[in-house]
Design a protein. Sequence first.
Lengths: 203, 258
Amino acid sequence: MIRKTIGIVDYGVGNHASVQRAFQALGYRCWISRDSDVLADSDVIVLPGVGAYPSAMSALHTNGLVKFLRDQVRLGQPMIGLCLGMQLLADESHEHEITAGLGLIPGKVVPLESAYWHIGWNTIEIVNGDKLLIPSDGESVYFNHSYVFKVPKEYQICISRLDKPFTVGVRRGNVVGLQFHPEKSQSAGRIILKNLVEGLNRA
Amino acid sequence: MLKKRLIGVITIRHGWSVQSFGYNRYLPLGKPEVLIENLDRWGADEILVQCVDRSKYDLGPDFELLRRIGTLGLSTPLIYAGGIRHATDAVFAVSLGADRVSVDAMLWDSPHMLEILSRELGTQAIIANMPVRQHNHMLYWLNYRFGHERILDASLLSVLPLEWVSEVMLTDWSHEGMAGGYDYQIPLCFPLTDKPLLLFGGLTETTQFQRLLSLTNVVGAGVGNFLCYKEHAIQQIKQNVVGVPMRAAHYAEDKYIL
């Protein structure tokens, strides 16, 4: 069996090493790269991210990755955004200032309504019957964020709750975003990553 | 529902993990990586690695240690503490595998840096560690590098920019390493009642976890020395604490051969 390859986007923001090791532990080949040829050759592009939205988008622009990522999605290459990487998929963010995002999934990133932050382990609920995430319905995963992706319901695949429910998983075709950190969610997270990589296929 | 966290704390001094008693006496335990792997295997909710000598001797963060930890491929969230001087340090620590950073000396030396850290990493990634003791319902905040204290009251907190940190860790330094020693009054005396709190120092008994984690603003408890000799301690604590939302304790069976 040919092992799938994961192209982790290196734009100088985030915890690439943790993400890489999580995929390697699942048996996938991983490249951390900002080289568009390397990323385009992978079966799945993973966009990680830790930090603030404006500096992350600025880093994507600086590294010439914005157009590349948009083009690859148009070509049908599967992409997974993790935490801040999920938020970057949006049209815009209101973190610190209004910043245009990648615009791959309609919606905007706004502050959490129920709390200042959402930190720790929380339960996820799968909505809209997404087959790739259904096995993980009710699992606890690790969150660490203060902004959320406000998205039309048709793109919502996963929610979590504080006082109110909010979106923690989005999908549009082959593009999936997860607000939590599956790479730091122990066995629950690894099952999610495996199901996504195996379930998303090039168009 | 958001769960309360049980945080495995590993204290490191001169590159070795140690048992720490009252911030002034240390017993060597061994290689940090071994203890960190244990906590990852046992299903801790977070792991805090705190290098207690880095700020004291102005050494900066222990990036080499973080690199070594990075190679372990942890599946548990990692908090790093020790020697963080500015945003560049914090961002680099995250790039090496830390999910969050905790600062202590920065609160004394350059509290304005908190905003800069927050703008780089997001406030959710920043924890303030405050070693305190309680006397007559008043908290005394210890500058451990110089051994002096300040009264931690509302007026002092009003000039500390803690809006740029997501959680405050109240460490009962005088009872650190003492079984059942954590002073119950500490979280009750902290003036910022809406700030999420982590507690650490002398937490060992089920009754302590039960009582302290039941407080609304206490979101996690750190356990250090007492996890080192008990392989099932995390499971036992989680099973015995009732009525508090905690994640079930899972051994990492898919990653480690048991």
